[in-house]
Design a protein around this ligand. Structure first.
Ligand SMILES: [Fe+2]
Length: 386
């Protein structure tokens, strides 16, 4: 029976030059804008200057918070909240990759909801709406501009530092998607963020919570990434390529916002928090093995994905777990996602990670196959030790 809910309250403005609208759009929400961004690249590339100019044209006072580190900590969030309050700001703009966008969302959470932040880890724990939030991504991967999710790092927690806040109240009000902001991304960042978007699309499509509409978004994202991600590596300054990748990231974000992620994301998080492997890279490393072991859970869907991602995929390959996983690996290699794999991970950590993964019954239940402890451990070992 066809039965689903679909919620996307974010207004999207897409296209080269979309950043120029930031003043007019922010004006709808306030007069004192708190701009949350990373430590250097947004300024170096001149994006901050554009935003400052456009805000001032609309008589909006900008306050820049340029302190967001990769995998933002609660300390950084608290600093942001303090500054927002001190400057009596009324609207938040997040500019950057996943870390600044998520940090901006979480700052918003703590401005309107009393501390500690840990009250709000998990699903639908917020009492009040955060201030209005405008998302301006500078990478094509996170999807954070259209999701109700934010990931934050709790450094007090040694074993589970990655905390997720999932709440419809943190959907951005507005998303300005300007592919010109991604033209200078390095091949590594292009590939890591592109594979993050691909994993959103694939996991959403495979999720047991998926439905025809979310699958339509997810599969179109897979098709576009298959066509344009390798091209973005070889032609980094091609605006059409960058536009389609940003579009695919948006579609993948919309689909993951409806279904949530599955095991691949869950397995990647500890690699990021314990070994500093970037989020997209962590997913890429695990991806072929996650694919091979999960394949029996829904061979038809895996077939659909791989033949959509790679036009050249042969039917007999796409129908088999191992061979289609090899096709995926080939794609990841074409995108440079498996290069420079000099990663040292102690074996005992992998046992611990696998134990934690299988404890998360909810996540397992929506994954295409409910993998056992041994299977999860084997995926980790094959991806990282062999
Ligand atoms: Fe992700």
């Amino acid at each position: 029976m066809l039965k689903f809910g679909f919620y996307l309250p974010t207004r999207v403005h897409f296209g080269p030059g979309a950043v120029q609208q930031v003043g007019k759009i922010t004006r709808l929400y306030g007069k004192r804008a708190f701009v949350v961004t990373g430590r250097s690249s947004a300024k170096k590339l001149g994006f901050l200057q554009i935003i400052e100019k456009k805000l001032k044209e609309e008589k909006i006072e900008p306050f820049f918070f340029q302190e967001v580190e990769p995998n933002p900590s609660i300390d950084t969030i608290e600093k942001g909240v303090e500054l927002f309050n001190k400057q009596r700001c009324d609207v938040i703009i997040g500019l950057g990759g996943g870390s600044p966008l998520d940090a901006a969302k979480v700052i918003g959470v703590l401005i309107k909801n009393p501390p500690p932040l840990s009250y709000y880890f998990g699903k639908n724990k917020l009492k009040n709406n955060p201030p209005p939030f405008i998302a301006l991504p500078t990478t094509s991967g996170t999807g954070s501009e259209v999701t109700p999710y934010a990931v934050v790092t709790d450094t007090q927690e040694k074993h589970h530092p990655k905390k997720i806040i999932a709440d419809a109240r943190i959907f951005p009000e507005e998303a300005l998607l300007d592919p010109t902001l991604t033209l200078s991304l390095s091949p590594t960042l292009t590939s890591d963020t592109g594979i993050d978007a691909l994993s959103h699309a694939v996991e959403s499509f495979l999720s047991k919570r998926s439905f025809p509409l979310s699958e339509t978004f997810a599969l179109e994202a897979v098709r576009i990434i298959g066509k344009y991600l390798p091209r973005a590596i070889s032609h980094p300054r091609d605006i059409e390529t960058r536009s389609y990748l940003m579009y695919a990231s948006l579609l993948a974000g919309i689909s993951i916002a409806q279904t949530g992620a599955t095991l691949l994301h869950a397995m990647g998080y500890p690699l990021t928090s314990s070994f500093n492997i970037s989020h997209g890279r962590a997913n890429a490393i695990l991806f072929p093995w996650f694919w091979e072991y999960s394949f029996p859970g829904n061979p038809e869907k895996f077939f659909k994905i791989i033949t959509t991602l790679m036009e050249e995929a042969k039917e007999h390959q796409a129908k088999r777990a191992k061979e289609s996983a090899l096709l995926l690996k080939e794609f990841l290699q074409t995108c440079g996602s498996l290069q420079n794999m000099d990663i040292k991970v102690p074996e005992e950590d992998l046992y611990r990670f696998a134990g934690e993964i299988v404890e998360n019954k909810q996540r397992l239940a929506v994954s295409p196959k409910e993998l056992s402890f041994e299977e999860v451990l084997t995926i980790y070992k094959k991806a990282l030790l062999i």
